[in-house]
Design a protein around this ligand. Sequence first.
Ligand SMILES: Cc1cc2nc3c(=O)[nH]c(=O)nc-3n(C[C@H](O)[C@H](O)[C@H](O)COP(=O)(O)O)c2cc1C
Length: 395
Amino acid sequence: MNDEKSIPSVNLFSPLRLRNLELPNRIVISPMCTYSAEDGIANDWHFAHLAKFALGGAGTIFVEATAIDPDGGLSCGDLGLWADAQIEPLKRIADFMKACKTIPAIQLGHAGRKASSQRPWIGNGALTDKDREYGDSPWQTVSAGSVPVNEAWPAPKPLTLERMDAMRTSWRTATQRALQAGFEILEVHMAHGYLLHQFLSPLTNTRTDEYGGSLLNRMKYPLEIAKIVRDTWPQDKPVFVRISTLDEGWSLDDSIVLSRELKAIGIDVVDCSTGGLGRSPQALRVSRGYGFQVPFAEKIKQEAEVLTMAVGLILDAELANNIVALGKSDLVAIGRGALEDPNWPLRAHRALHPEGQLFAGWPKQYGIWLAQRERILDKIRSDEQAALIPAHRLN
Ligand SMILES: Cc1cc2nc3c(=O)[nH]c(=O)nc-3n(C[C@H](O)[C@H](O)[C@H](O)COP(=O)(O)O)c2cc1C
């Protein structure tokens, strides 16, 4: 029945059940590298950075791309889970998130040929011997083939079958360590030109063995890894996979085929981004507007019948709410918006529920004082208005 008053049954603040886990709302803080670790170990920076989000009302918070192997970080400052010593500092972060009633999540990845790069504030290039001056030493990268990022980058070494096998073990053990660290959701990074994306793309995968050639062959290793992670992660906890739904050499139709396969092996959510393989945003002819990747998440949700997460320039609460309420995607990830305002989710709640308790959901240590100030501000505003009305009448 067409009922104008009908309220959408799902909105940005509806919980979402994934296996045995209940996400308190649909807002997720997107994984964001901060290039600030030493030997892959999280430190006070990571705690403070992620704790801000934990106080900000998001349903789920992703820790940045965390390398499964020592040569898998984008930079020397990436987090890692290739060693037991890396577990404890991440556990402190995950525990704090849980204490704040938000779901701790982590993205695992290997940067492949994009590894051994400078921290962004140093430059955008590959590390060279010059970078040793400040302690960052270049290393030999690996990939699905030997195609470099571009002419200025050294060629990666094509992965041997033996190394691919060793990496299966690295993915498995990193997954186990993520569990030991207390995370509830694990995401496999298959997007943004990382190693598994390098296997998917015909531009970077030049192999002539069973892992190269047809789409089916190129998907083989990424799907094997996704399955290893899925089989290792507890069955009652969800696994996400982030993909670049569109890139040079990779179509949305390819993403639909991949997403169906991911769903078949038990992946719970396909996190829908774009690009990153060629490091040339111009080459990817997608015009960037508010929520520009949402249509890709929507298409994958419909065609692969899998839950999706939308991300990219989702700036305001209304847009985020519409994405969920109109069934375009199941989750909304916020990246830079949360860097600018870690309280983005709390503010979104306030914007969408102007009639409700203004500071509902804020940490109790803050909410009481903010509500008290709001009452004072209300009084000031009404006094100002009272003072202005006669003035206006005189005009
Ligand atoms: C500083 C920074 C670091 C990022 N690191 C990662 C990462 O570790 N893994 C990943 O999948 N995406 C990464 N991204 C992409 C974001 O997760 C997100 O998809 C992107 O910023 C678009 O969302 P936004 O417009 O809300 O920022 C990063 C983005 C930024 C700005």
